[in-house]
Design a protein around this ligand. Structure first.
Ligand code: NAD
Ligand code: TYD
Length: 343
């Protein structure tokens, strides 16, 4: 089997590459990534020389490149992680979100349609459902919850989901969609809450918490997300949406305080800053369909997973520093010096 993983130099995509190489050593994995600011090729360094792994630098909106790649590789499975993924950036500059997240998905769907694949899997997000009120802890997002987006990011992801469903219905492309809650774990770009707090706290810098820190996110360890996608890819029903989450709801303030405790740093570093525009209050996933139909269970409890994650960032401080200093951008040049853009 040959699998295309787009966005595999980012946070979840890289963890998925590692998962697939371990879980399916007989598969060939091709990672395509544009290496935007969020893509870090050095993350993939441990597998770059594996015989059944190859990396292609390319943009999912580049139709000619994508068509050529599909013609050459004849993929069985496509898993699309490639996206602009940071809500705050989408508020500053929505354009690139629409280009990559919507038009890029369309290009991949067209290629999947022309060349035929066993499955096109779209990695979506619970943010397409909008948010839930804080005073209704009985409410959860199910796969039937209407799409109602808040940010340009979530609007672009929802648009992509609708396109994926349209290509299934109209052109019979065999698709699945997963909508997962907030992920945490190794290799997350330190502009997102958890790695940002860890990296700033380590330097005794102020920790920006938006508004009052009351917003709730439903945290899932990235390994549990990757295992769920693997199951959906192989056993999920064509045309279906699967919610992924582990009922780990925490306020942002709780998360920040947990990290500080783990690092032995004072809560006085916390600084409340201006709230994010349109800030979603609460995300909470009902994953019962995925549990019931695919026998998926999250395996990592938040209290343990966050400890391990903090430890990971402490042990990989050079990975964080490389990003903060911008040096990670040079890795591609170093790795590919004298090569033609493909490994
Ligand atoms: P990320 O920002 O860490 O990684 C995105 C990757 O996509 C980067 O390697 C980047 O270089 C690449 N990329 C961006 N534009 C590209 C383009 N035009 N062509 C090719 N590659 C491109 O994101 P992440 O947190 O790993 O998220 C991956 C996917 O999972 C996204 O689709 C996101 O919407 C979804 N998701 C994320 C979370 C979360 O908590 N992080 C939760 C649910 C769903
Ligand atoms: P983030 O990691 O950006 O994920 P998302 O917005 O997709 O949920 O943010 C998680 C939560 O943390 C969100 O409610 C916004 C908040 N937040 C802060 O309070 N301070 C920060 O510096 C960041 C980046 C996020």
């Amino acid at each position: 089997m040959k699998v295309l993983v787009t966005g595999g130099a980012g946070f979840i995509g890289s963890n998925f590459v590692f998962h697939m190489l371990k879980a399916h050593p007989d598969y060939d994995i091709v990672c395509l990534d544009a290496l935007t600011y969020a893509g870090n090729l050095s993350t993939l360094a441990p597998v770059m020389k594996e015989g059944n792994f190859s990396f292609v630098k390319g943009d999912i909106t580049d139709r000619a490149l994508i068509m050529d790649l599909f013609a050459k590789e004849k993929f069985d499975y496509v898993v699309n992680f490639a996206a602009e993924s940071h809500v705050d950036r989408s508020i500053e500059d929505p354009g690139v979100f629409l280009r990559t997240n919507i038009l890029g998905t369309q290009v991949l769907l067209d290629a999947s349609r022309v060349y035929g694949v066993k499955r096109f899997h779209q990695v979506s997000t619970d943010e397409v459902y909008g948010d839930l009120p804080l005073d209704r802890p009985d409410l959860f997002f199910t796969e039937e919850t209407p799409i109602k987006t808040s940010s340009p990011y979530s609007a672009s992801k929802a648009s992509a989901d609708l396109l994926v469903e349209a290509y299934h219905r109209t052109f019979k492309v065999p698709v699945t969609i997963s909508r997962c809650s907030n992920n945490y774990g190794p290799y997350q770009f330190p502009e997102k809450l958890i790695p940002l707090i860890i990296s700033r706290a380590l330097k005794n810098e102020t920790l920006p918490v938006y508004g009052k820190g009351e917003n709730v996110r439903d945290w899932l360890h990235v390994d549990d997300h990757c295992a769920a996608i693997d199951l959906i890819l192989h056993q999920g029903k064509e045309g279906e949406v699967y919610n992924i989450g582990g009922h780990n709801e925490k306020t942002n303030l709780e998360v920040v305080k947990t990290i500080l405790k783990e690092l032995g740093k004072p809560e006085s570093l916390i600084t409340f800053v201006k709230d994010r525009a349109g800030h979603d209050m609460r995300y909470a996933i009902d994953p019962s369909k995925t549990r019931r139909e695919l026998n998926w269970e999250p395996t990592i409890l938040f209290n343990e997973g966050i400890k391990e994650t903090v430890k990971w960032y402490l042990e990989h401080n050079e990975w964080l520093e490389e990003i903060i200093s911008g040096d990670y951008r040079e890795y591609y040049q170093k790795f590919y010096e004298g090569k033609d853009g493909e490994a």
